[in-house]
Design a protein around this ligand. Sequence first.
Ligand code: AMP
Length: 139
Amino acid sequence: MGEPTIFEQIAAGDIPARIVYETDTVLAFLDANPLAPGHTLVVPKEAHERLRDLPDDVATDLWAAVDELTPRVEDAVDADALTVGVNDGEAAGQEVPHVHVHLVPRFDGDGGGPIHAVAGSRPDLSDEELDDIAERIET
Ligand code: AMP
């Protein structure tokens, strides 16, 4: 067993956090460095680094919590919308190696961008390449 992640330490009560939701398997708390008022992280209590590592039942509980919390977070800060996202892996910007779903309240004219803004330059893909990628995902 390695060092407990920062989110395991929050789940264990060893690090303080503003907890807004808790079940046997899932915890949600305010992000310590919020991108917007109400920025919330939803995490499985068990540490799994990547979405692909989550056991099915944990993934089910995690997404059920996201589903329950999205309107609560949006309404709590009177936001106009939410950006929901996961930095799934280091190359995607994941800093804490423990799956977490960001719920970021968005406001008309807040100056932020859509999820389309997160990737680098757009690839120019041929029909053959698109067919090949689709087939590899499908199988
Ligand atoms: P990511 O880059 O997706 O791994 O995001 C990690 C997030 O965890 C960042 O938004 C941090 O602000 C947040 N964070 C790190 N430590 C804490 C903490 N102790 N309590 C609440 N949020 C934290």
